[in-house]
Ligand binder design. Structure first.
Ligand code: RNT
Ligand code: ZN
Length: 412
């Protein structure tokens, strides 16, 4: 179907496709560097990520160096319409030096900033509290040993300084997201002591104020992880209270709640108490498995809430998944595009008609409308969006993805 016919079909429902396309152009999604190399990073070490997170699979083509990762990222961004961001983790430093986590400095990340500037993209940042000997017990900021806590507090402080400098260099606030794996495999005796230690460590880490034009702190909760089944110190309640009291962003990861909970439902609730939110859009399957996101009900519901509750301007959208059984570049491209498609579908909903039906308790009409508009020619609008931003779709996209994967498959 041509764009003009599709535009007319939406116009019949009172939906302006041009406005939707223009709005979607302004949404930058923070693409996570760690899908490109199975959460390994570039420190002088080897081994698994630990902390209960794990990429599974051995598809050829894993990026082994910062240059390989940047090449893969450049390809992926070329396959994604619009201008987006890169979400870096501290363990992705680019340097010949071998600083420990409590020794990192801006210069170890400066090549990423030069590259981001050349690409015209913004950067976000994360301290790395896992994949390290001092995190092997799945206790970092809440460790009973003050020496270990201090080590991680120093890492967190340095990460904030680096993130602030990145944001200043690029002229765009760098979201610095704090996730720690801390928890207990079996029932702890003193949860309160652990949570008080985490709180005190966070307070020490966050004590130094930074210009919000350069850096924004975020804290990420979790329900449980492999090896920390009984208690996660930084639970949802812990961080929701902390974020409200301390004025940080709250990060909601879609894999970090009970599987029957709707994370979309939480947005409007927490947004009443928090001016800004961060999302880790992910797809948990039976556990926090971090599958590549689909255009499934969970993602569509999330996008609908962002649009319907008018939260797009105060929510930072980051992705968090890692699949090593498929082309890693294709995983990025599919995931980011699916987030955009979900947002476009939400932007193309007849909101006024739906709200009016709900307000007069006409739930029949509300349901009829949501189900009928699924049949509108969304694909033609998406194709037009991609064409205007010179990005391939369909078979042409698959050809590009295949050719790039073939070009990296020989990496060792
Ligand atoms: C882990 C958290 C966290 C990590 C990244 C790599 O469960 O989701 O966000 O995935 O920091
Ligand atoms: Zn996450």
């Amino acid at each position: 179907m041509s764009y003009d016919s599709a535009k007319a079909a939406f116009a019949d429902w009172g939906v302006d496709t041009e406005a939707a396309i223009e709005r979607l152009k302004t949404v930058a999604i923070s693409m996570h560097c760690w899908q490109g190399d199975d959460v390994v990073g570039f420190e002088a070490k080897s081994g698994s990520s630990g902390g209960g997170i794990q990429a599974t699979g051995n598809h050829p083509g894993r990026a082994r160096t910062p240059d390989e990762l940047r090449a893969d990222l450049e390809f992926a961004y070329a396959m994604i319409p619009g201008r987006h961001r890169l979400n870096l983790h501290a363990m992705y430093m680019d340097t010949n030096e071998t600083p420990d986590r409590d020794e990192i400095e801006y210069r170890h990340f400066a090549p990423w900033v030069d590259w981001a500037r050349s690409q015209g993209i913004g950067l976000d940042f994360n301290p790395t509290f896992f994949a390290h000997a001092r995190a092997d017990d799945n206790l970092t900021l809440s460790h009973p040993d003050a020496g270990i806590r201090d080590f991680w507090i120093e890492h967190g402080k340095r990460s904030r300084d680096i993130a602030a400098r990145i944001g200043a260099e690029l002229g765009s606030p760098c979201v610095n997201n704090i996730w720690v794996p801390d928890g207990y495999k079996d029932n702890p005796i003193d949860r309160m002591a652990a949570r008080k230690r985490l709180e005190a460590s966070l307070d020490a880490m966050l004590a130094q104020p930074h210009d919000p034009e350069h850096m924004l702190d975020a804290v990420e909760s979790k329900l449980f992880g492999i090896g920390v089944e009984a208690c996660t110190v930084g639970s949802h309640e812990f961080y929701m209270g902390y974020a409200i009291r301390k004025g940080t962003l709250l990060c909601l990861d879609m894999g970090h709640f009970h599987p029957t909970e709707s994370i979309a439902d939480k947005l409007s609730a927490v947004a009443l108490s928090l001016p800004r939110l961060l999302l880790h859009v992910s797809r948990p399957m039976r556990w926090d498995s971090d599958h590549v996101i689909l255009q499934n009900d969970d993602i569509l519901a999330m996008a609908q809430e962002l649009v319907g509750a008018d939260l797009l301007d105060r929510t930072f959208i980051g992705l968090d998944f890692f699949d090593a059984t498929i082309s890693r570049t294709a995983a990025w491209v599919i995931g980011v595009r699916n987030m955009q498609k979900a947002l476009l579908r939400a932007l193309l909903m007849p909101w006024e008609r739906l709200r009016a039906a709900e307000d007069r308790l006409d739930f029949t009409t509300r349901l009829t409308v949501t189900e009928e508009v699924r049949d509108l020619p969304f694909g033609a609008i998406w194709a037009e969006f991609c064409a205007r931003l010179e990005t391939p779709t369909g078979l042409a996209l698959i050809g590009e993805l295949d050719a790039y994967q073939a070009s990296v498959a020989a990496r060792g």
